[in-house]
Design a protein around this ligand. Structure first.
Ligand SMILES: Nc1nc2c(ncn2[C@@H]2O[C@H](COP(=O)(O)OP(=O)(O)OP(=O)(O)O)[C@@H](O)[C@H]2O)c(=O)[nH]1
Ligand SMILES: [Mg+2]
Length: 278
Protein backbone atom coordinates (compact mmCIF):
# COMPACT_ATOMS: atom_id res chain seq x y z
CA UNK A 1 0.00 0.00 0.00
CA UNK A 2 1.29 3.46 -0.85
CA UNK A 3 1.00 5.98 1.90
CA UNK A 4 1.91 9.65 1.80
CA UNK A 5 4.34 10.78 4.47
CA UNK A 6 2.89 12.78 7.34
CA UNK A 7 2.35 16.39 6.46
CA UNK A 8 0.79 15.69 3.10
CA UNK A 9 -2.95 15.84 2.63
CA UNK A 10 -5.32 14.75 -0.10
CA UNK A 11 -4.58 13.49 -3.59
CA UNK A 12 -2.07 14.96 -6.00
CA UNK A 13 -4.51 17.54 -7.36
CA UNK A 14 -5.40 18.99 -3.96
CA UNK A 15 -1.89 19.12 -2.56
CA UNK A 16 -0.23 22.32 -1.60
CA UNK A 17 3.41 22.42 -0.55
CA UNK A 18 3.90 21.61 3.14
CA UNK A 19 5.08 24.19 5.66
CA UNK A 20 8.78 25.09 5.36
CA UNK A 21 9.07 23.57 1.87
CA UNK A 22 9.85 27.07 0.58
CA UNK A 23 12.74 29.23 1.78
CA UNK A 24 10.42 32.22 2.12
CA UNK A 25 8.61 30.31 4.89
CA UNK A 26 11.85 29.36 6.63
CA UNK A 27 13.08 32.96 6.58
CA UNK A 28 10.14 33.95 8.77
CA UNK A 29 11.37 31.72 11.61
CA UNK A 30 13.49 33.05 14.43
CA UNK A 31 17.22 32.88 13.78
CA UNK A 32 18.22 29.74 15.65
CA UNK A 33 15.36 27.66 14.23
CA UNK A 34 16.13 29.01 10.76
CA UNK A 35 19.76 27.93 11.02
CA UNK A 36 18.60 24.50 12.19
CA UNK A 37 16.43 24.10 9.10
CA UNK A 38 18.78 25.55 6.50
CA UNK A 39 22.16 24.50 7.94
CA UNK A 40 21.46 21.61 10.35
CA UNK A 41 25.10 20.51 10.42
CA UNK A 42 26.28 23.99 11.33
CA UNK A 43 23.67 24.14 14.09
CA UNK A 44 24.92 20.79 15.40
CA UNK A 45 28.51 22.05 15.36
CA UNK A 46 27.53 24.59 18.03
CA UNK A 47 27.32 21.69 20.50
CA UNK A 48 31.01 20.94 20.07
CA UNK A 49 33.58 21.99 22.65
CA UNK A 50 34.98 25.49 22.11
CA UNK A 51 38.01 25.42 19.83
CA UNK A 52 36.94 22.22 18.03
CA UNK A 53 37.83 22.18 14.34
CA UNK A 54 34.57 22.83 12.50
CA UNK A 55 35.97 23.33 8.99
CA UNK A 56 34.30 20.16 7.68
CA UNK A 57 30.96 21.36 9.00
CA UNK A 58 30.76 24.27 6.59
CA UNK A 59 32.64 23.55 3.36
CA UNK A 60 29.52 24.07 1.31
CA UNK A 61 27.83 27.10 2.79
CA UNK A 62 25.95 29.02 0.11
CA UNK A 63 24.46 32.45 0.61
CA UNK A 64 20.80 33.31 0.41
CA UNK A 65 20.97 34.29 -3.27
CA UNK A 66 22.33 30.86 -4.24
CA UNK A 67 19.75 29.05 -2.09
CA UNK A 68 16.99 31.07 -3.74
CA UNK A 69 18.31 30.46 -7.24
CA UNK A 70 18.50 26.73 -6.53
CA UNK A 71 14.92 26.74 -5.28
CA UNK A 72 13.65 28.10 -8.59
CA UNK A 73 15.10 25.02 -10.30
CA UNK A 74 12.90 22.79 -8.15
CA UNK A 75 9.76 24.79 -8.92
CA UNK A 76 8.00 23.67 -12.07
CA UNK A 77 6.77 26.32 -14.47
CA UNK A 78 5.50 26.75 -17.99
CA UNK A 79 8.94 26.43 -19.53
CA UNK A 80 10.33 24.24 -16.81
CA UNK A 81 8.50 20.94 -16.44
CA UNK A 82 9.48 18.66 -13.58
CA UNK A 83 8.28 15.16 -14.31
CA UNK A 84 8.69 11.52 -13.57
CA UNK A 85 10.13 10.14 -16.82
CA UNK A 86 10.35 6.37 -16.57
CA UNK A 87 11.49 3.39 -14.55
CA UNK A 88 14.13 0.90 -15.58
CA UNK A 89 15.73 -2.27 -14.28
CA UNK A 90 18.57 -2.05 -16.76
CA UNK A 91 20.76 0.88 -17.72
CA UNK A 92 20.04 0.32 -21.42
CA UNK A 93 16.38 0.99 -20.62
CA UNK A 94 17.23 4.28 -18.91
CA UNK A 95 16.42 7.59 -20.63
CA UNK A 96 19.17 8.85 -22.94
CA UNK A 97 22.04 10.31 -20.89
CA UNK A 98 21.48 13.78 -22.30
CA UNK A 99 21.49 15.83 -19.09
CA UNK A 100 23.70 15.93 -16.00
CA UNK A 101 22.39 13.36 -13.54
CA UNK A 102 22.42 12.69 -9.80
CA UNK A 103 21.28 9.52 -8.09
CA UNK A 104 20.17 8.61 -4.58
CA UNK A 105 21.21 5.25 -3.18
CA UNK A 106 21.10 3.68 0.28
CA UNK A 107 19.60 0.94 2.40
CA UNK A 108 15.98 0.06 1.96
CA UNK A 109 13.78 2.34 4.11
CA UNK A 110 16.56 4.90 4.70
CA UNK A 111 14.39 7.62 3.17
CA UNK A 112 15.50 8.03 -0.47
CA UNK A 113 12.05 8.42 -2.00
CA UNK A 114 10.93 10.66 0.88
CA UNK A 115 13.90 12.94 0.38
CA UNK A 116 13.27 13.18 -3.36
CA UNK A 117 9.66 13.97 -2.59
CA UNK A 118 10.77 16.71 -0.20
CA UNK A 119 13.15 18.14 -2.81
CA UNK A 120 10.25 18.27 -5.29
CA UNK A 121 7.69 19.45 -2.75
CA UNK A 122 7.32 22.83 -4.47
CA UNK A 123 6.06 20.95 -7.51
CA UNK A 124 3.48 18.75 -5.77
CA UNK A 125 2.21 17.38 -9.06
CA UNK A 126 5.38 15.27 -9.25
CA UNK A 127 4.53 11.79 -8.01
CA UNK A 128 7.25 10.19 -5.90
CA UNK A 129 6.10 6.98 -4.32
CA UNK A 130 6.89 6.45 -0.67
CA UNK A 131 5.84 3.48 1.40
CA UNK A 132 5.70 2.41 5.02
CA UNK A 133 6.86 -1.01 3.84
CA UNK A 134 10.60 -1.38 3.24
CA UNK A 135 11.64 -2.52 -0.20
CA UNK A 136 9.11 -0.43 -2.00
CA UNK A 137 11.24 0.97 -4.80
CA UNK A 138 12.12 -1.94 -7.07
CA UNK A 139 13.33 -0.08 -10.13
CA UNK A 140 15.45 2.93 -10.96
CA UNK A 141 13.00 5.82 -11.23
CA UNK A 142 14.08 8.73 -13.41
CA UNK A 143 12.85 12.30 -12.91
CA UNK A 144 13.54 15.17 -15.27
CA UNK A 145 14.00 18.70 -14.00
CA UNK A 146 13.25 20.83 -17.06
CA UNK A 147 16.20 20.82 -19.40
CA UNK A 148 18.59 21.16 -16.47
CA UNK A 149 19.25 17.71 -14.97
CA UNK A 150 17.84 14.29 -14.18
CA UNK A 151 17.52 12.72 -10.76
CA UNK A 152 17.30 9.00 -10.05
CA UNK A 153 15.58 7.25 -7.14
CA UNK A 154 17.28 3.88 -6.73
CA UNK A 155 15.95 0.71 -5.12
CA UNK A 156 17.30 0.14 -1.64
CA UNK A 157 19.76 -2.52 -0.60
CA UNK A 158 19.49 -4.74 2.45
CA UNK A 159 16.13 -5.90 3.71
CA UNK A 160 13.83 -7.06 0.90
CA UNK A 161 16.00 -5.46 -1.75
CA UNK A 162 15.41 -6.70 -5.28
CA UNK A 163 17.66 -9.72 -5.88
CA UNK A 164 19.39 -8.10 -8.78
CA UNK A 165 20.04 -4.89 -6.85
CA UNK A 166 23.81 -5.17 -6.92
CA UNK A 167 23.94 -5.91 -10.64
CA UNK A 168 21.46 -3.12 -11.38
CA UNK A 169 23.18 -0.46 -9.31
CA UNK A 170 26.70 -1.61 -10.14
CA UNK A 171 25.99 -1.48 -13.86
CA UNK A 172 24.29 1.90 -13.53
CA UNK A 173 27.18 3.41 -11.58
CA UNK A 174 29.75 2.11 -14.03
CA UNK A 175 27.92 2.90 -17.25
CA UNK A 176 26.10 6.15 -16.64
CA UNK A 177 28.57 8.70 -17.98
CA UNK A 178 26.33 11.69 -17.29
CA UNK A 179 26.27 10.84 -13.56
CA UNK A 180 27.67 13.90 -11.78
CA UNK A 181 27.24 12.88 -8.14
CA UNK A 182 25.86 9.99 -6.12
CA UNK A 183 24.07 10.72 -2.86
CA UNK A 184 24.57 7.86 -0.44
CA UNK A 185 21.89 8.03 2.24
CA UNK A 186 22.67 6.73 5.72
CA UNK A 187 20.19 6.58 8.60
CA UNK A 188 21.08 9.41 10.99
CA UNK A 189 19.70 7.48 13.97
CA UNK A 190 21.80 4.32 13.56
CA UNK A 191 24.78 5.58 11.54
CA UNK A 192 26.84 3.49 9.11
CA UNK A 193 25.75 -0.15 8.96
CA UNK A 194 27.48 -3.18 7.46
CA UNK A 195 25.43 -2.97 4.28
CA UNK A 196 26.32 0.72 3.86
CA UNK A 197 29.95 -0.33 3.61
CA UNK A 198 29.09 -2.47 0.56
CA UNK A 199 27.88 0.69 -1.17
CA UNK A 200 30.91 2.69 0.01
CA UNK A 201 33.28 -0.03 -1.26
CA UNK A 202 31.48 -0.08 -4.61
CA UNK A 203 31.69 3.70 -5.03
CA UNK A 204 35.32 3.77 -3.94
CA UNK A 205 36.25 0.91 -6.28
CA UNK A 206 34.63 2.61 -9.28
CA UNK A 207 36.08 6.00 -8.37
CA UNK A 208 32.65 7.63 -8.35
CA UNK A 209 32.29 10.98 -6.58
CA UNK A 210 29.69 10.75 -3.83
CA UNK A 211 28.26 12.54 -0.83
CA UNK A 212 26.90 11.06 2.39
CA UNK A 213 23.51 12.26 3.55
CA UNK A 214 22.27 11.46 7.05
CA UNK A 215 18.51 11.01 6.99
CA UNK A 216 15.64 11.18 9.51
CA UNK A 217 17.48 13.59 11.80
CA UNK A 218 14.16 14.56 13.38
CA UNK A 219 14.25 11.14 15.03
CA UNK A 220 17.78 11.40 16.45
CA UNK A 221 18.64 13.18 19.69
CA UNK A 222 21.36 15.80 19.41
CA UNK A 223 23.82 13.53 21.27
CA UNK A 224 23.22 10.54 19.01
CA UNK A 225 23.40 12.68 15.91
CA UNK A 226 26.66 14.31 16.98
CA UNK A 227 28.20 10.92 17.81
CA UNK A 228 27.19 9.53 14.38
CA UNK A 229 28.35 12.66 12.55
CA UNK A 230 31.78 12.63 14.21
CA UNK A 231 32.25 8.88 13.61
CA UNK A 232 31.24 9.15 9.94
CA UNK A 233 33.36 12.27 9.39
CA UNK A 234 36.36 10.38 10.73
CA UNK A 235 35.57 7.40 8.53
CA UNK A 236 35.21 9.64 5.45
CA UNK A 237 38.42 11.46 6.26
CA UNK A 238 40.53 8.36 6.86
CA UNK A 239 39.06 5.66 4.67
CA UNK A 240 37.59 7.27 1.57
CA UNK A 241 38.85 9.06 -1.52
CA UNK A 242 35.71 9.90 -3.45
CA UNK A 243 33.44 11.13 -0.67
CA UNK A 244 32.82 14.86 -0.23
CA UNK A 245 34.22 15.69 3.23
CA UNK A 246 31.09 17.50 4.43
CA UNK A 247 28.10 15.43 5.46
CA UNK A 248 24.58 16.58 4.69
CA UNK A 249 21.91 16.19 7.37
CA UNK A 250 18.26 16.00 6.37
CA UNK A 251 14.77 15.50 7.68
CA UNK A 252 12.23 15.07 4.91
CA UNK A 253 9.54 15.55 7.52
CA UNK A 254 10.72 18.88 8.89
CA UNK A 255 12.56 20.05 5.76
CA UNK A 256 15.85 20.45 7.60
CA UNK A 257 18.73 20.32 5.15
CA UNK A 258 16.41 20.07 2.15
CA UNK A 259 17.04 23.64 0.93
CA UNK A 260 20.79 23.19 1.25
CA UNK A 261 20.63 19.90 -0.62
CA UNK A 262 18.64 21.52 -3.45
CA UNK A 263 21.48 24.02 -3.68
CA UNK A 264 24.16 21.31 -3.70
CA UNK A 265 22.32 19.35 -6.42
CA UNK A 266 22.03 22.56 -8.48
CA UNK A 267 25.74 23.17 -7.95
CA UNK A 268 27.02 19.69 -8.87
CA UNK A 269 24.83 19.53 -11.99
CA UNK A 270 26.41 22.77 -13.22
CA UNK A 271 23.30 24.87 -12.70
CA UNK A 272 24.68 27.20 -10.08
CA UNK A 273 28.03 28.69 -11.02
CA UNK A 274 28.54 30.67 -7.83
CA UNK A 275 27.51 29.73 -4.32
CA UNK A 276 29.34 32.44 -2.40
CA UNK A 277 28.05 33.31 1.02
CA UNK A 278 26.55 36.81 1.04
N1 LIG B 1 10.67 10.59 10.84
C1 LIG B 1 11.06 10.52 9.56
N2 LIG B 1 10.64 9.48 8.81
C2 LIG B 1 11.08 9.42 7.52
C3 LIG B 1 11.92 10.41 6.96
N3 LIG B 1 12.20 10.06 5.69
C4 LIG B 1 11.53 8.92 5.46
N4 LIG B 1 10.85 8.52 6.55
C5 LIG B 1 10.00 7.31 6.68
O1 LIG B 1 10.80 6.16 6.42
C6 LIG B 1 10.07 5.19 5.66
C7 LIG B 1 10.82 4.81 4.39
O2 LIG B 1 10.93 5.93 3.56
P1 LIG B 1 11.19 5.79 2.00
O3 LIG B 1 11.41 7.18 1.51
O4 LIG B 1 10.16 4.97 1.31
O5 LIG B 1 12.56 4.99 1.99
P2 LIG B 1 13.38 4.42 0.73
O6 LIG B 1 14.82 4.61 1.06
O7 LIG B 1 12.89 5.07 -0.53
O8 LIG B 1 13.00 2.88 0.77
P3 LIG B 1 13.10 1.79 -0.43
O9 LIG B 1 12.31 2.31 -1.59
O10 LIG B 1 12.56 0.58 0.20
O11 LIG B 1 14.53 1.60 -0.76
C8 LIG B 1 8.70 5.83 5.40
O12 LIG B 1 7.81 5.35 6.39
C9 LIG B 1 8.94 7.31 5.58
O13 LIG B 1 7.79 8.02 5.99
C10 LIG B 1 12.33 11.52 7.79
O14 LIG B 1 13.06 12.42 7.42
N5 LIG B 1 11.86 11.50 9.08
MG1 LIG C 1 12.13 4.23 -2.25
Amino acid sequence: MLLPPRGWGGGAAGRSPPALAALSQVLRLERSRRTGIVFPLEKLARSLAPGADTARFRLFQPGLAALQRAETLFRSGRDHAIDYVSSAVRTDHAPPPALPEVCFIGRSNVGKSSLIRALFSLSPEVEVRVSKTPGHTKKMNFFKVGKKFTLVDMPGYGYRAPQDFVEMVEAYLQERHNLKRTFLLVDGVVGLQKTDHIAVDMLEEFGIPYVMVLTKIDRASRGVLLKNVLAIQEFVNEKTQGCFPQLFLVSSLEFSGVHLLRCFVAHVTGNLPTVDAN
